[in-house]
Design a protein around this ligand. Structure first.
Ligand code: ATP
Ligand code: MG
Length: 307
């Protein structure tokens, strides 16, 4: 079983409003509410791939209950840890006429030191039968930058995938996760300088390997992804497509790779499935809502080159 961890779970609310205007009364033609947050996106794609998966993290209040109920309806088993307060709602207003997307993100509940300690124990107990644990997204308020590092250290037997940014990524890498998956922006923030062409991307990946990470995957949007592990270096290139929304492509890549590793696939095969999931995610408006038919159709079109 795969476990995905979303410390800052949310309900993603999307309103479709034609000709959205500031300082006016706007009427929504459509409204969609689904559980969101990057680890939940990973769980959704793993579920689509037919992989047993459980989602965990912190939830709070009514919004938290909604997250759990909706995930259960989607067939995603979940084992969240409840805290005080109210889980966040992230609002997006999509205007198909003006072609704009306006977002309003709540910050979510603060996590106390006591809740974090209790969650750490909860996580260890619920992952007994889960060889791979994926941590995705930013840290909620109240937690120090080394929160992921601490959680990783409490799971020494697990293959941990860490997909985060900024200080949480820096500190987390210090705990030697099995895999990291920065995108270009996250990589540049990590190194504090531009990382432009393929040789620079590879050199950055080599450095992350030298810090003790076993698998480094650097995602490059439509240009694909680079994977490094041991002596292996691969470049995956997805087919060219008309993207509808690329939000959650990285989460989908993580899901495809995690599911592959769970079923004993090698790095090249994992990168191929991950890339197909990422590209399929670009074909749908929602994050992590890639269709299995798209994934299967794209899979043989992903080009894998040994570098
Ligand atoms: N426009 C696109 N066309 C085809 N494939 C894409 C496109 N955008 C992303 N992908 C696929 O998805 C993978 C991950 O994308 P990306 O690098 O944008 O992740 P990300 O920035 O971490 O996304 P997020 O954090 O929103 O999930 C890419 O390596 C690629 O395989
Ligand atoms: Mg990402």
């Amino acid at each position: 079983m795969l476990t995905t961890v979303t410390l800052n779970a949310a309900v993603d609310v999307t309103y479709t409003v034609e000709n959205f205007a500031l300082d006016q009364v706007n009427r929504a033609a459509e409204k969609k509410e689904i559980p969101g947050g990057k680890g939940i996106n990973v769980a959704r794609v793993a579920n689509t791939l037919g992989c047993p998966v459980q989602a965990t993290g912190f939830v709070a209040g009514q919004t938290g209950r909604f997250i759990k109920e909706k995930l259960a309806e989607e067939g995603i088993s979940n084992n969240f840890f409840e805290i005080q307060g109210e889980s966040r709602r992230c609002l997006a207003i999509i205007d198909p006429v003006g072609n704009t997307q306006t977002e309003l993100l709540e910050s979510g509940p603060e996590v106390s030191q006591a809740s974090f300690a209790a969650f750490q124990e909860h996580l260890v107990s619920i992952t007994a039968k889960s060889p791979i644990v994926a941590f995705s997204g930013s840290l909620p308020g109240g937690l120090p930058a080394d929160a992921y590092a601490k959680l990783i250290q409490s799971l020494p037997e697990k293959k941990v995938i860490l997909d985060t940014s900024g200080a949480a990524l820096k500190e987390g890498i210090g705990a030697r996760p099995f895999m990291v998956k920065p995108n270009e922006d996250e990589l540049e923030a990590f190194f504090g300088r531009p990382v432009r062409d393929l040789p620079e991307v590879l050199a950055a990946g080599e450095y992350l390997l030298s810090l003790g990470v076993e698998v480094v995957v650097i995602s490059l949007g439509a240009r694909g992804a680079v994977a490094l592990s041991g002596e292996e270096r691969y470049l995956a290139t997805p087919p060219t497509l008309e993207p509808v929304s690329t939000v959650g492509c990285g989460d989908s890549l993580v899901a495809g790779m995690a599911v592959s590793f769970l079923t004993g696939k090698d790095l090249a095969d994992a990168l191929r499935l991950g890339s197909a999931c990422g590209a399929a995610n670009a074909l749908v408006p929602g994050a992590g809502e890639a269709k299995i038919a798209d994934i299967n159709c794209i899979l043989p079109q992903v080009k894998i080159e040994k570098l």
